[in-house]
Design a protein around this ligand. Structure first.
Ligand code: ATP
Ligand code: MG
Length: 266
């Protein structure tokens, strides 16, 4: 089993300019990669990243998350897969520039889903890469789907599958807000941070979590929280939702320091 494994998602809302299609925020990508490098030496890392203004836009246009539903669906799925891969190349290239031996493992190449949930994926190569000192990079992607032909697996879904096989210790979802708040802070300036979610509070708190204002086919904070809670419950890892747009938050969390954010416990 990979030792002291961290799964860290860098939200598409951090690494892209969400208001402009296919626009990477290279400055933010470079800063957050610099923070990833602070991971303690005794730990291993799988990085995931979201799609922001890349794949969410064609996925929404062609309704790729709903599968093959009309004559444009196949071309739409291919365009969406290309958009996700393009952002992935940028992220990986920026990691290489900072000396991280990153290797992509695109779910679209080998995962099979059923209604958007991954049901099989040979993680042998990813695991071996991890054991040999590489940093595997995964991302929210188009996947083949047993029921609907194609589908979208969000990075959170990809992490759910990986967690069931690799048993991480910490799962960190970095996004563009401080964590889960009692309402969407992008709409309400008086929103209050919820510092902890657990089995007793999840049902009540899930009602606070809504979709995102930007083009988004995977459900924003609601699915993020739901998948993270289920994942933590099954894997016994600790989950965190933090603000990766603010300098130093991810780095401090990796270093084991107390940070502002939402902790998700089983
Ligand atoms: N109660 C809530 N607390 C916090 N954020 C919320 C809440 N309800 C809705 N949101 C929205 O959820 C968004 C974060 O989810 P979103 O999926 O957009 O980000 P991401 O996962 O970083 O991006 P991507 O899906 O491209 O990777 C916030 O920007 C916020 O607008
Ligand atoms: Mg999202």
């Amino acid at each position: 089993m990979p030792k002291n494994l961290f799964l860290v998602k860098i939200g598409g809302s951090i690494i892209t300019h969400t208001e402009k299609q296919n626009s990477p925020n290279v400055q933010a990508i470079d800063r957050i990669i610099g923070e990833l490098k602070k991971l303690p030496k005794d730990s291993t890392l799988v990085v995931g990243h979201g799609s922001g203004s890349f794949a969410h836009v064609p996925a929404h246009k062609y309704k790729t998350h709903l599968g093959i539903i009309n004559k444009d669906s196949r071309l739409g799925a291919s365009i969406t897969q290309d958009a996700a891969a393009n952002l992935n190349r940028i992220v990986v290239q920026r990691m290489l520039k900072q000396g991280i031996n990153a290797v992509s493992f695109p779910p679209s190449g080998s995962a099979i889903a059923k209604k958007g949930r991954i049901v099989s994926w040979n993680l042998g190569p990813l695991r071996l890469a991890l054991e040999n000192g590489f940093v595997p990079v995964v991302y929210g992607d188009v996947v083949t789907d047993k029921e609907q032909g194609v589908g979208i697996a969000s990075t959170e879904e990809v992490f759910t599958f990986i967690s069931s096989k690799l048993h991480p210790r910490k799962i960190v979802l970095a996004t563009d807000v401080d964590g889960l708040l009692d309402k969407d802070p992008k709409i309400y300036s008086d929103a209050v941070l919820i510092k902890k979610v657990d089995a007793r509070s999840i049902r009540r708190l899930l009602a606070y979590a809504k979709g995102s204002k930007k083009v988004d086919v995977t459900g924003g904070m609601h699915t993020k929280l739901l998948l993270l809670f289920n994942l933590v419950k099954k894997s016994r890892a600790t989950g965190y939702i933090i603000n990766g747009s603010k300098k130093g938050v991810l780095q401090n969390l990796l270093l084991g320091k107390a940070v502002v954010g939402t902790k998700v416990l089983p």
